[in-house]
Design a protein around this ligand. Structure first.
Ligand SMILES: *Cc1c(COP(=O)(O)O)cnc(C)c1O
Length: 350
């Protein structure tokens, strides 16, 4: 990592050459804003149905709403088909295949490494410490000239904890590439987002999603927040109509009632703490890790046997026992009180 006094951010040198030179696909609707009288440009069926027209490729209306809610400008928002689209596009835009790398702090969400490998981009893996937090020295030892993006997940999946925010600030100050902070679970810890620091760090990228707290996983809508130059790149390389019109409409409605999400979050957090206490009473449970998210990482006596026994009872949890630092651990999503009681009952009988 460079010394903070000499750190710089230059998106043109960070980008891959082919992306810098790329002439993007252009549709007539990029040249005309607002509502026209007659549309004869896109070979659509002219007879009205709910979805006979292509959706707005830049999702202006929805971005205005999200910008209001999040306190950012619409030019700082990219919307993707899930956060996974943003992860993939960031890697494709900034990492030269076979030559450059991303860095991940393990154990963490698997898609960073999968997207990197699909794109023939190398993955530099650094282990979290025994508290599942980042160690700056370990990251500093591994970062080199090939490292273009550092992925940090906070609260982290599958461990459930927020990462040390001072350490994240330090990385943002000292690393010359992009620092992606994946905040898929941030709604469960209000006030901890890195969004307020967007204006301070040109290399900060924040990912959030409608898939968890908002209860809209089936629609596939992920949000990516960054400085305008980074957002412009993602828009340049995305599929023109990456989000469908049904998703745009339904999410716009959900954004008109954000209190619904807030009530769910309150209930889920309360239920998470009840579930954690109840799990500790169970014979085969050895440890319940602290969680800032809507799931618990739980160490049991024999994770694989427990996973299979629960499955036989038609209760599906996530076996994370083969993951580094997660020996004999299951990741359990917080369900409804009734669902969690079924889980507790089944575990109590093992
Ligand atoms: C669930 C999850 C996502 C997935 O987001 P989508 O918007 O559904 O693609 C992203 N990051 C992490 C860490 C997650 O756990």
């Amino acid at each position: 990592m460079s010394d903070s006094s000499t750190s710089y951010f230059d998106i043109q040198t960070l980008l891959r050459d082919n992306i810098r030179r790329l002439q993007p696909y252009n549709s007539a609707r990029d040249d005309f804003q607002g509502a026209a009288q007659v549309y004869l440009d896109a070979n659509e069926n002219p007879y009205p149905s709910a979805y006979n027209r292509y959706p707005d490729p830049h999702q202006h209306a929805l971005k205005e709403k999200i910008a209001d809610l999040k306190g950012v400008s619409p030019e700082q928002i990219f919307l993707g088909n899930g956060s996974d689209e943003a992860i993939d596009l960031l890697i494709r835009a900034f990492c030269e295949p076979h030559v450059e790398s991303i860095l991940t702090a393990e154990p963490t969400y698997g898609m960073y490494a999968v997207c990197a490998h699909i794109n023939a981009v190398q993955v530099q893996k650094v282990l979290l410490n025994e508290l599942y937090d980042i160690e700056l020295d370990r990251i500093g030892d591994v970062v080199n000239n090939s490292t273009k993006i550092i992925f940090l997940c906070s609260p982290n999946n599958p461990t459930g904890n927020l990462l040390n925010s001072e350490a994240i600030h330090e990385i943002l100050d000292r690393f010359y590439g992009l620092v992606v902070v994946d905040e898929a679970y941030i709604d469960f810890v209000p006030g901890k987002s890195f969004l307020p620091f967007l204006h301070q760090y040109p290399n900060l990228v924040v990912l959030q999603t409608f898939s968890k707290a908002w209860g809209l996983a089936g629609l596939r809508l992920g949000m990516c927040f960054a400085n305008k130059a980074v957002i412009r790149i993602l828009n340049k390389i995305k599929y023109p109509y990456n989000l469908n019109a049904a998703t745009l409409n339904i999410v716009a409605d959900a954004l008109d009632q954000p209190f619904k999400k807030d009530i769910w979050v309150e209930e889920i957090v309360r239920e998470r703490d009840r579930l954690a206490r109840a799990l500790l009473q169970i014979r085969i449970v050895e440890r319940v890790y602290p969680s800032d998210a809507n799931f618990l990482l739980v160490r049991v006596r024999d994770a694989q046997a427990t996973y299979r026994a629960l499955m036989a009872e038609q209760i599906i949890v996530r076996d994370r026992s083969q993951v580094e630092l997660c020996r004999n651990c299951l990741r359990i999503t917080v369900g409804t009180p009734r669902e969690d009681d079924l889980l507790l009952f089944a575990l109590g009988n093992l």
